[in-house]
Design a protein. Structure first.
Length: 417
């Protein structure tokens, strides 16, 4: 099988590594990729925002399956353009990607499908916004309706801040605050059938102790020793299956990765959000643990054949990933610094995200630069491998959290993030 993967982050590096492990894979192409991905696949420096260019590349390379990593090309209709050209693609249509692209649309789908989520109002006027904040009270949760690159959501006790954020967008979803630990749980779907993956937890805040600004994610781990035993089965029946059925009933079947961000509240699971693609950095801990060959699995999903797919199989190992971030990330990341020490890492996987080669020397080029995944028999072992490895990498001014999976690997603290 010849696969073309779209994207250039740590998620795509982990996808590339997992696709490469599948014996059915003959060629792996990535567009645009990054220096780390270029070590294990053929990279093509094309403009992936231009659907025609991607379709032309897939045709030229006689690609059997395109896997789309990031949300932007999905919302941009890349999957539609590929399907129109009769190319199998793992990734939802623009219409189905609205589950991520519009918070209001996701709420409507969940409402119609009976999926448990926070009560909410979609507001377009100032008086509606004020009334919604009063209905739910503090802490206030205000979400801009459209894609906002991680900056669209504010959770605050400060009503003025909440209102100011709401006024920035013509359409906002204001919802009740959900109290409880957060879990990411992904479903792989062919539009009809959906297979649930194992849960992971990510760390959104920049600094230790869940302090500082929100980020794209500073680390993740899987499995979750503290999670309820039935969480996968429950999420499958209460969230993933009804959502996939509702999308099909609306004639916009969701083919791809349905990311459910959940809050485990005292009243049960609630959906915080959907994304329409693999999470980053959760993918960097989930895929190293997945035993089922990935290329064949995603091909079955892309071609509507998941009901014949075997159940997902997992290694017993635990995985912990830690993100190395540039100085100033997320507020004002400083890029263009030299990165050294990766070759000294022997006991972990280093996934590139914001890196670039300049005259053969690796430099930082983004806020999140690398993700380092340790694997071990326990979370504690996986953690120490990840941290020992990341400490060998040198990047001036960089920072990483020191408490990824700390509570989960310390039995007395289980349940705390
Ligand atoms: N109803 C809620 N109650 C409590 N916290 C919430 C709620 N909704 C969102 N949050 C917090 O805000 C974060 C971001 O919200 P959400 O996931 O909807 O935004 P997003 O910008 O789409 O995030 P992502 O970048 O992960 O896709 C959540 O991970 C969660 O920590
Ligand atoms: Mg989102």
């Amino acid at each position: 099988m010849k696969v073309l993967l779209i994207g250039s982050g740590g998620r795509e590096h982990a996808l590339a590594q997992a696709l490469n492990r599948d014996p059915q894979l003959e060629e792996l192409h990535v567009a645009p990729g990054n220096p780390g991905i270029a070590e294990i696949a053929l990279c093509h420096l094309i403009d992936t925002d231009d659907n025609h260019v991607v379709v032309a590349l897939a045709q030229k390379l006689e690609i059997d399956l395109v896997v789309i990593g990031p949300e932007k090309p999905l919302v941009n209709g890349l999957a539609d353009a590929l399907r129109k050209a009769n190319i199998a693609v793992f990734g939802p249509s623009a219409a189905a990607a609205q589950l991520e692209g519009s918070k209001d649309f996701a709420k409507q789908v969940m409402h119609d499908a009976g999926v448990p989520t926070a009560r909410s109002f979609t507001c377009t006027t100032k008086s509606e916004m004020e009334a919604a904040l009063s209905t739910f009270g503090s802490p206030y949760v205000v979400k801009h309706d459209g894609l906002a690159a991680g900056k669209g959501v504010v959770v605050t006790d400060d009503r003025t801040l909440a209102l100011d954020h709401a006024f920035l967008s013509p359409r906002v979803v204001i919802e009740e605050f959900l109290d409880g630990p957060e879990v990411s749980l992904f479903g792989i779907s062919d539009g009809t059938t959906v297979l649930a993956m194992q849960p992971a937890q990510d760390f959104k805040r920049a600094f230790d102790g869940d302090l500082g600004p929100n980020t794209g994610g500073m680390g993740a781990y899987s499995p979750l020793p503290w999670a309820p035993r039935n969480i996968v089965a429950e999420t499958l029946t209460k969230v993933l299956q009804p959502t996939i059925a509702e999308m099909k009933a609306r004639n916009t079947p969701f083919v791809g990765l349905l990311y459910a961000g959940l809050a485990l509240t005292k009243n049960g699971i609630r959906v915080i959000e959907f994304n329409a693609r693999f999470g980053d950095p959760e993918t960097q801990v989930l895929l190293p643990r997945l035993k089922t060959p990935l290329a064949a699995l995603l091909y079955q999903a892309a071609t509507g054949n998941l009901k014949d797919a075997p159940v997902l199989e997992w290694f017993d190992d635990c995985a912990v990933t830690v993100v190395l971030a540039s100085q100033g990330y997320p507020t004002a990341p400083k890029t263009g610094e030299v990165i050294t020490g990766i070759s000294a890492v022997t006991d972990a996987s280093v996934f590139h995200a914001g890196t670039v080669l300049k005259d053969g020397v690796l430099h930082s080029s983004g806020g999140r630069v690398l993700t380092v995944t340790g694997i071990g028999a326990s979370l504690a072992e996986a953690r120490s491998k990840a941290y020992e490895s990341i400490s060998k990498i040198r990047l001036r001014g960089s920072h990483y959290r020191s408490d990824i999976a700390l509570a989960a690997s310390t039995p007395s603290k289980i349940g705390e993030n």
